[in-house]
Unconditional design. Structure first.
Length: 130
């Protein structure tokens, strides 16, 4: 298990053929579904966040791939209502960077830790969201 929300459990299964497989399970009604496999071959690792988007009444799973050098790869978003993966276009403002290890789904938005480099070389901590 990697995450749960409102009694729905999201389980990441082992990587298969450079892809990621997930299972959503509702133990209270003893039902589960496998999500469509996501090909993510260019990623060395990934960070995932599962949550409920009250604006669209939908459960969503966000995956951010991490490259060998630690930089992030274009994220994907799964919508349970639409039963499909979509690439998410995300931009990071100039002088900002995110730390792709602390994802948190709150009020329909995925948040993560980040920082902003100031002109004098110092850093300010920030919370980024998409």
């Amino acid at each position: 298990m990697f995450d749960s929300c409102n009694g729905l459990i999201c389980i990441q299964l082992d990587r298969y053929d450079n892809g990621l497989k997930f299972l959503l399970w509702n133990p209270s009604i003893q039902k589960y579904i496998y999500l469509p496999q996501l090909s993510f071959s260019e990623a060395e690792d990934s960070n995932n966040e599962f949550g409920f988007d009250s604006r669209t009444n939908d459960y969503k799973l966000l995956i951010v791939g991490i490259d060998k050098d630690g930089s992030w790869i274009q994220p994907y978003l799964f919508s349970l209502n639409e039963n499909c993966w979509k690439r998410v276009t995300a931009t990071i403002p100039p002088n900002y960077a995110f730390i792709p290890v602390a994802l948190c789904f709150v009020n329909g938005v995925v948040h993560w830790s980040g920082y902003r480099e100031r002109n004098n070389g110092e850093y300010n901590h920030a919370i980024l969201g998409v």
